[in-house]
Design a protein around this ligand. Structure first.
Ligand code: NOJ
Length: 746
């Protein structure tokens, strides 16, 4: 107790802007802060400011206006840099680290970060795709593998997980998140933090995670990149905050701000967000980095006149580190001298950075990252097997009319711009992913079915015709028994700065599909994408539709596994596929309105909440996904019809694999709070379980939901659960029909 009190007093003494005294430091954190305090006493103000500045190393990607070109070596030597956005080259990273450690006055090591979003050398499926596996363990494993490959690359920090909930497939960055649901998003965020950081940040197998983009970056107006985010605090707390909060609670060492403004204040200058919510409420103890030049971008936002005012706003908002803009380095000393920023605050911001470096073990051995044998660490066969498993589990079967699986010996025409594209299957943010290591659909299907059974033609480019391409494709298709068409969007259409107003498949590919249809062969569409799309046309024309996403290095073998039936499809959508772009943003957990539609399947002009030209229902709802077998859900039992607040709701259900193949399913539990102080969604996911059942096997699942999961934001913006009645459903998607009831009691 004495020890705890001492550490609290230390924090309070260290700065004006302090962590609330009622939260406990772990022994490891306390030690790190003690170390930082000792070091701070030796540092000049300029050296402290240097720790708050991050620049881009020569080897990293440029993803925004970079400002003045800098001599990075000299800046490190002068103690003007605390961190670099680095590449995955261990020699380069060691060279830069050596300058920091051996040539700067105090030898403080750099923290070297990189966008390891879905894999480092091995590329896993894009994050949205991985979330469709609902396989929390495998997702954690993917992050662990990414961490190990990053360590070998000389990195100690990843800018991941991206915890931005989004229901807008126009936004290119939906590919980087876990979809539209805060409950699932929270589970995945926690798994990724665990995967990257393990139990020990100082181990030579782990790296620091960075929760981003704080906050609500996934709700830009009209889906346009970097656009305004404006929502009620209630909406923010109910739908957007939970995954960030869960990741912070799981111990994420760092957080990144978002580019957007939120309720009128840019995130990078938003003290309510960065201090009151993040530190006071969520108990965050690590450091916050801005997004790329987002501090200086507050000038364009129009809340500050120049870089100096931008630095002042961000520092006082408790933003520790400036990514790339340089405003901290240029203006902080002046701001301190003018009394606009206190030196106490600089001490606090700096000690939070130093403490993370200490916890990583950088002061013990700054070169342990990148000293591994890269040959041994990269592309390990057992890790490629995880990538293959996750790619297969991510794929979502949306339609199948007697087309899949495809038996051995069948002649397959494989057509389309992505069937043999090593680069596109990796998607966006591929760090040190290597397209040459990608195994394409073509290669893997040739291996699985024999090269003589795979007839390949590209047909067209993603957005451009190839002369004679369609004719060749049709000719090949006519010689085959079945046609697989790999169509959709290229890898670079996902990710940052890739917003699209049109979310349908480019016209030239649709023309290819029409031409192939004339052959009368069965057609299977393999949809390559990093977002949900309007695929009405493809669904109408194809016999089967499998969403293959940008499935990463092992996408090809995974597709072959599913097409052949070696693996039964088990992915379930985590982002609603809209009927058309006009419904966007559309998500299953919407509210009811005062005039709900009487028939959401039909357009209507009857003074209810409908469209007059399209239905309310999407093309495919959240949670949807088919299999080659059939799962039957029955006997839903609410085991606790009345539960005291603070207790646990228990619901059981019987699941049977009623088909003839073994398979995996994702059982999903949804609730509705029937009468509440504020309007509640018509359904909310509150439990799920991925399960494997042999043909004919049945199992009883029991879901346990702590009542705290039923908390929601009240009119006074506090989040708590109250007494009242709930409905509960369990099934294979968000339209599950098996239902029950329970009540929470005081
Ligand atoms: C900008 C992106 O928004 C962010 O996600 C990324 O981590 C940084 N650039 C660094 O590359």
């Amino acid at each position: 107790m004495k020890k705890l009190l001492l550490s609290i007093i230390t924090i309070v003494a260290a700065g004006a802007s302090v962590v609330a005294a009622d939260r406990r430091l772990s022994a490891e954190e306390a030690e790190a802060f003690r170390f930082a305090d000792g070091l701070l006493r030796k540092m000049t103000l300029q050296e402290k400011i240097g720790q708050l500045q991050q620049f881009r190393a020569y080897t990293s990607d440029v993803t925004g206006p970079d400002g003045e070109p800098r001599n990075i070596d000299a800046a490190i030597r002068n103690g003007e840099v605390g961190s670099l956005i680095a590449g995955c080259q261990p020699q380069h990273n060691h060279r830069l680290q050596r300058i920091a450690v051996e040539e700067s006055r105090l030898g403080i090591p750099l923290i070297l970060g990189c966008d390891i979003i879905h894999g480092c050398r091995i590329t896993f499926p894009e994050n949205l795709a991985m979330s469709c596996s609902w396989d929390i363990q495998a997702i954690e494993q993917s992050a662990r593998i990414a961490a190990e490959e990053s360590v070998a690359s000389g990195l100690n920090w990843t800018f991941s997980p991206m915890c931005d909930i989004s229901a807008d497939p126009r936004w290119g960055r939906v590919s980087e998140g876990a979809g539209e649901d805060p409950y699932l998003g929270s589970k995945i965020a926690v798994a990724m933090v665990r995967g990257y950081q393990g139990d020990d940040l100082s181990s030579d197998k782990t790296i620091a995670a960075c929760v981003k983009h704080f906050a609500a970056y996934g709700a830009p107006q009209a889906g346009r990149e970097y656009h305004t985010v404006d929502m009620s605090e209630m909406m923010f707390r109910d739908r957007y905050l939970p995954p960030y909060a869960a990741a912070v609670k799981a111990g994420a060492a760092t957080v990144m701000t978002s580019f957007n403004d939120l309720m009128g204040v840019p995130a990078s200058g938003n003290r309510w967000l960065l201090y009151d919510v993040l530190r006071e409420e969520l108990g965050f103890r690590g450091f916050v980095v801005s997004d790329y030049t987002s501090i200086h971008e507050m000038v364009a936002h129009g809340v500050v006149a120049d870089g100096k005012e931008a630095a002042e706003l961000s520092l006082n908002a408790h933003l520790n580190m400036d990514m790339v803009s340089g405003d901290y380095l240029v203006y902080t000393e002046k701001l301190v001298r003018e009394g606009k920023v206190s030196e106490k605050l600089i001490n606090q911001l700096c000690r939070e950075v130093l403490a993370v470096k200490y916890r990583l073990g950088l002061f013990d051995d700054p070169f342990k990252y990148g000293s591994q044998n890269q040959e041994e660490a990269y592309f390990r066969p057992e890790n490629l097997a995880v990538a293959r498993k996750l790619a297969a589990e991510s794929m979502v079967l949306l339609k199948n009319e007697d087309a899949l699986p495809v038996a051995e010996g069948t002649k397959i025409a494989l057509i389309g711009p992505f069937a043999d594209s090593q680069g596109d299957q990796l998607g966006s943010w591929i760090a040190a992913g290597d397209a040459k290591r990608s195994i394409t659909f073509r290669k893997a299907l040739e291996e699985r079915y024999g090269a003589e059974n795979i007839l390949y033609a590209k047909g067209c480019e993603a957005e451009r015709a190839i002369e004679g391409g369609v004719d060749e494709a049709v000719k090949i298709a006519s010689q085959a028994d079945i046609v697989l068409v790999s169509m959709g969007l290229p890898g670079w259409h996902s990710g940052e700065a890739s917003a699209r107003s049109d979310i349908s498949v480019p016209a030239v590919q649709q023309e290819l599909l029409d031409a192939l249809k004339t052959t009368g062969r069965k057609i299977v569409v393999l949809l390559s994408t990093g977002r949900a799309m309007d695929i009405r046309n493809e669904v109408a024309k194809a016999d089967a539709v499998l969403v293959t996403w940008h499935g990463g290095t092992m996408a090809g073998p995974a597709v072959a596994d599913i097409i052949s039936g070696d693996k039964n499809p088990s992915g379930h959508l985590t982002l609603t596929f809209p009927h058309s772009v006009g419904q966007v943003p559309i998500h299953y957990n919407a509210k009811n309105t005062g005039r709900p539609s009487r028939n959401p399947y039909k357009p209507a002009a009857n003074y209810t909440s409908t469209y007059i030209d399209i239905p309310n229902v999407p093309l495919f709802p959240f949670g949807y996904g088919l299999s080659y077998t059939q799962f039957e859900y029955s006997d839903l039992k609410v085991l606790t019809p009345e539960v005291k607040i603070g207790g646990t709701v228990k619901v059981s259900v019987k699941v049977k694999n009623a088909g003839e193949r073994d398979g995996d399913d994702v059982a999903q539990l949804y609730v509705r709070d029937l009468v509440a102080e504020t309007t509640r969604p018509v359904r909310e996911l509150k439990g799920f379980e991925r399960l494997s059942l042999k043909a004919g096997e049945e199992r009883v699942l029991t879901f346990e939901i702590p009542t705290s999961e039923l908390a929601y934001c009240h009119r006074d913006n506090t989040v708590r659960e109250d007494a009242g009645e709930f409905k509960v459903w369990v099934g294979e998607d968000s339209n599950a029909s098996l239902e029950g009831e329970f009540a929470l009691k005081k």
